[in-house]
Design a protein around this ligand. Structure first.
Ligand code: DAK
Length: 261
């Protein structure tokens, strides 16, 4: 598939998906969803890719939301379909076995905040703005925003953001726990790549285990979550990378993780 709405690149073991509709501030329509889905197929079938970064082309926006010019004409059933397509893409992103970083370089509004929340964590530029302004359009979140935001920042804060529709700065987003780190605009990419490269040095089985246990365990009771963790721990014991990591420590050398079970 040739991409017109995203840019897909690889830098070593790091895959990069850039939303690429800068004239519409990278707003999301069904074509964008289809292209990202296709890029995820490629990532799934490429064992060399160890980390994914999502970002926006241009200096102004990560994603300024779902494309309002598309949504305005949707029938209720089409709206439901669009919403389900977006939701299943975000579930797919969440379930990727590799870490996914949202590198938020500008506006991340509505669907843009929702996409960033489906990533494992968010790094943001000082100039970024987050928000769930759907209420100002007479609609509500459609890509899981009411659910992920309340889990990330708590019910009351999620309600305030979704009910008022106000935008918040990157600093405020960090303060409420939505964003992990905030950087000067000229440092954002370099710092994101630095973390991506660090993540790429880790063992695949343990990385997958951490992601799986935290994501799947989050909605479970403590004991069930700990059982999940014990099983993932057992898998690490069976993996060559587990043996390699511990042997390297004992032999006072750096581990050379190769992946695989
Ligand atoms: N959709 C379409 N075009 C957009 C857009 C968007 N979300 N955001 C910006 N643009 C376009 C503008 O129309 C403008 O196009 P031209 O007039 O140049 O043709 C261009 O991008 C530049 O935008 P501005 O001229 O407005 O730039 P400013 O710097 O003045 O303002 C802004 C930037 C981000 C504050 C402003 O553009 C803005 O407020 N944009 C809308 C942000 C917004 O409301 N986002 C939330 C969208 S609703 C669902 C599925 C998903 C969702 C809901 C339901 N189901 C189907 C159930 C998700 C909903 C949303 O995300």
């Amino acid at each position: 598939m040739a991409y017109e709405n995203i840019i897909f690149e690889k830098d070593g073991n790091v895959a990069i998906i850039k939303f690429n509709r800068p004239k519409a501030l990278n707003a999301i329509n069904p074509d964008v969803l289809a292209e990202v889905n296709n890029a995820l197929d490629r990532i799934d079938s490429d064992p060399d890719i160890k980390v994914l970064i999502l970002t926006g082309e241009g200096e102004k926006a990560f994603v300024a939301g779902a494309d309002i010019s598309h949504m305005v004409n949707l029938s209720p059933l089409e709206g439901r379909r669009f919403s389900r397509e977006g939701q299943s893409l975000l579930f797919r992103l969440e379930k990727l076995p590799i870490p996914v970083i949202a590198c938020v370089n500008g506006f991340a509004l509505g669907g843009g905040t929702e996409i960033s929340m489906a990533c494992d964590f968010i790094y943001a530029s000082e100039t970024a703005k987050f928000g769930q302004p759907e209420i100002n359009l007479g609609i509500i979140q459609g890509f899981g925003g009411t659910q992920r935001l309340s889990r990330l920042v708590g019910k009351a804060m999620a309600k305030e953001l979704c009910m008022t529709g106000v935008l918040i700065s990157a600093a405020e987003a960090k303060e409420i726990g939505l964003v992990n780190k905030v950087f000067a605009p000229e440092k954002l990419w370099e710092e994101t790549m630095k973390t991506a490269r660090l993540l790429a040095t880790k063992g695949k089985v343990s990385m997958r285990g951490v992601k799986h246990c935290i994501d799947r365990g989050y909605d479970l009771d403590l004991m069930s979550g700990c059982y999940l963790e014990a099983d993932a721990f057992a898998l690490c014991m069976a993996s060559p990378d587990g043996k390699e990591g511990m042997s390297a420590f004992l032999e006072k050398r750096k581990p050379a993780f190769k992946g695989g079970l």
